[in-house]
Design a binder for this molecule. Structure first.
Ligand code: FNR
Ligand code: LAC
Length: 383
């Protein structure tokens, strides 16, 4: 199905390198980079290595079913697409490509508030399940408007991202002079010549903008945009107000502490994404896989817990499920695919992950996701 170099990509790292070859440096670095020294960015993935698997044998694994149910929604695979801003920066097909590929694979697509294709356009594109991720604007009227638009367009749940009161210190971006929409000076023009396909798309495609806003915004850094537009003072009390405004299923995204999980449950959230925003916010944050189990133990009976961050292999997914996650999510794996080859690239990323999960379930001796429990993991403290 995949002609050209995409079918040579055997894993997510191969897609990452393909994205690096195709995309403009400032755009690749925006996807790939993290905060400060990128300790958390690296740690999110490397922390999975500390857990080793105690696989079962002679189970009979000729028929493996990786489906899960999340907030009442059946997913064909135990993962879904995390929200990510401005996908048309990475490839002209943008969020359209991701929404279509997610629907094709039978999983959820979550659309960012800061998407480059609108809430309504994505809603019309597929019948697949969709969630809407909210960043809270200073302007409450705009918040209500966006929630109404998402509800009317058929988004089934709201994700409130809470680890983004201000933007983390991502040093690759100012070094590259990165703005949204991108602005060209001499350095960006030189880099553009090294990325001819991306550049042609950029020059001949429709302009890149935050598509959910009626006004075009000036080309400024993400830091400046967020500081000017988003509500850094937003707190638990406001979250209560917000849940009242939404009144549908809700997910809190970006917690790593038990007390925050308990607070989220008592505020009325239905699910929690254990996440540090992919290491893009507070460096030295705990890895989601490390923070997961205490949160499941504290609040797993009141919240459906999702692990988000660092997942690159099928075994990462299975380790998270063994520690009590109902499902996992990720952005970079499909964003690398998108930057490498549009919808086909996203599809390849999801295919790589699905094949890996199926293969690893069979090798681990489980026929369905309900069979996965803590007994499959050797405790890192005992190794
Ligand atoms: C993100 N993430 C994110 N999260 C969110 O709630 N709203 C958003 O608009 C964005 N935008 C965004 C852009 C880019 C380029 C990246 C890489 C990430 C965070 C995302 O949803 C998720 O939490 C992390 O990406 C998880 O880490 P990995 O597994 O993708 O590395
Ligand atoms: C990011 C935002 C927009 O991580 O969530 O870049």
């Amino acid at each position: 199905m995949f002609a050209g170099p995409l079918d040579k990509c055997l894993n997510i790292e191969d897609l990452r390198l393909a994205a690096k070859r195709r995309a403009h440096k400032m755009v690749f670095d925006y996807i790939d980079g993290g905060a400060d020294d990128e300790v958390t960015l690296r740690g999110n993935s490397s922390a999975f290595d500390r857990y080793r698997l105690l696989y079962k044998t002679l189970v009979g694994v000729d028929d493996v079913d990786p489906s899960v149910t999340l907030l009442g929604q059946k997913l064909q695979v135990p993962f879904f697409c995390s929200p990510a801003a401005g996908n048309r920066l990475f490839h002209t097909e943008g969020e359209r490509a991701v929404a279509k590929a997610a629907a094709e694979r039978g999983t959820i697509y979550s659309l960012s508030t800061l998407s480059s294709i609108s809430i309504e356009e994505i809603a019309k594109l597929t019948n697949g399940p969709k969630w809407f991720q909210l960043y809270v604007w200073k302007d409450r009227v705009l918040v209500k408007e966006m929630l109404d638009r998402a509800r009317e367009a058929g988004y089934k749940a709201m994700i409130l991202t809470v680890d983004f009161a201000i933007t983390g210190n991502r040093e690759r971006d100012p070094r590259n002079g990165f703005t949204i929409p991108p602005k060209y000076g001499p350095r960006q023009a030189i880099e553009a010549m090294k990325a001819p396909f991306w550049t042609l798309d950029f020059l001949f495609g429709a302009g890149i903008r935050y598509a959910n806003l009626s006004e075009k915004t000036a080309a400024v850094s993400l830091n400046q945009f967020v500081a000017e537009q988003l509500h850094a003072g937003f707190n638990w009390k406001d979250a209560e107000w917000l849940l009242g405004e939404w009144s549908g299923p809700s997910i809190i995204k970006g917690i790593v502490r038990e007390d925050d999980a308990l607070h989220a449950a008592s505020t009325g959230f239905n699910a929690a994404m254990v996440s540090n925003h992919g290491g893009r916010q507070l460096d030295h944050s705990a890895a989601p896989i490390e923070a997961l189990e205490p949160i499941v133990q504290a609040a797993g009976d009141r919240l459906e817990v999702i692990l988000d961050g660092g997942v690159r292999r099928g075994t990462d997914v299975l380790k998270a499920l063994a520690l009590g996650a109902k499902a996992v999510s990720f952005a970079r794996p499909y964003l690398y695919g998108l930057a490498a080859g549009g919808e086909r690239g996203v599809n390849r990323a999801l295919e790589i992950m699905e094949d890996a999960v199926r293969r690893d379930m069979a090798l681990m001796g489980v026929r369905n996701v309900d069979e996965i429990d803590r007994s499959f993991l050797l405790d890192p403290n005992t190794q």
